[in-house]
Design a binder for this molecule. Sequence first.
Ligand code: TA6
Length: 277
Amino acid sequence: MYKLKTTENGLKYIEITNNAACGKIAIQGAHLFHYAKTKEEPILWLSDESFLEHGEHIRGGVPICWPSFGFSNPELPPHGFARNRMWDLVNIIEVDKDTTEVIMDFKHSKKSLRAWDYKFHLTVKFTLSKKLTIELTTVNLDEKTFKFTQALHTYFNISNIDDVSIKGLENKPYLDALTNEKHMQEGTITFNAEVDAVYQEVDKEIILKDKKREVTINNEGSSSVVVWNPWIEKGKGMSGMAKEGYKEFVCIETANAFDDCKFLETGESHTIKVTIS
Ligand code: TA6
């Protein structure tokens, strides 16, 4: 079952329910801001102070960072413009009683060409079932080659930041975005301070181990992963985040960032995909 709804603050979204899961996807940014398996705690975190207001940034869920991750393109807003624009709903397919597919797209416009002078077609396919998959495909419709970076900036709901660990990134090189230094990951990742790390050469399943459950993350078309938690001080200053909000989530972001940036020639496409279970 699915419904097109609008929040009291004017944010248009699609509400999806099937036997296996439920979800909510805002038309603005094609932003999935709720996903939970039936009778389970949400997998995705959504800030209690998130605006859910048309034109405002949604804090949580899976922001689509495109065509640039972070500040990698100084001419664009941080994390690019795709997450702030209205996408088009292409189709909703109820594959079976446990599976719903939602396809949305976003093409270049006079406005986007002013910000980023390339013609493109961006399509995202969400599959909500016992697993969540998100596939984001970029097609270069321009006569020029373009470079882009991107991330599915997933906020995972956790019991407490003190009680989680991340496996699967051991012995991977990473850039510490806080110091701009490069290191090698030793052992599992735990948290006792702000973490903002871009891992490269990622080639296997990642496991987020929480007190209450384990969540697995498998990536395709991506060899970089960003791990982020703002901790106390940074967390206090983040828009749409409560003072203690940092305790409730960790971001593990399937990306094409930094060394894992992508170049597309005319007519070429690239798909990045995350499977969360
Ligand atoms: O992905 C980590 C990061 O780049 C952090 O440095 C922090 O800026 C975070 O994204 C939040 O970004 P946002 O623009 O969503 O507030």
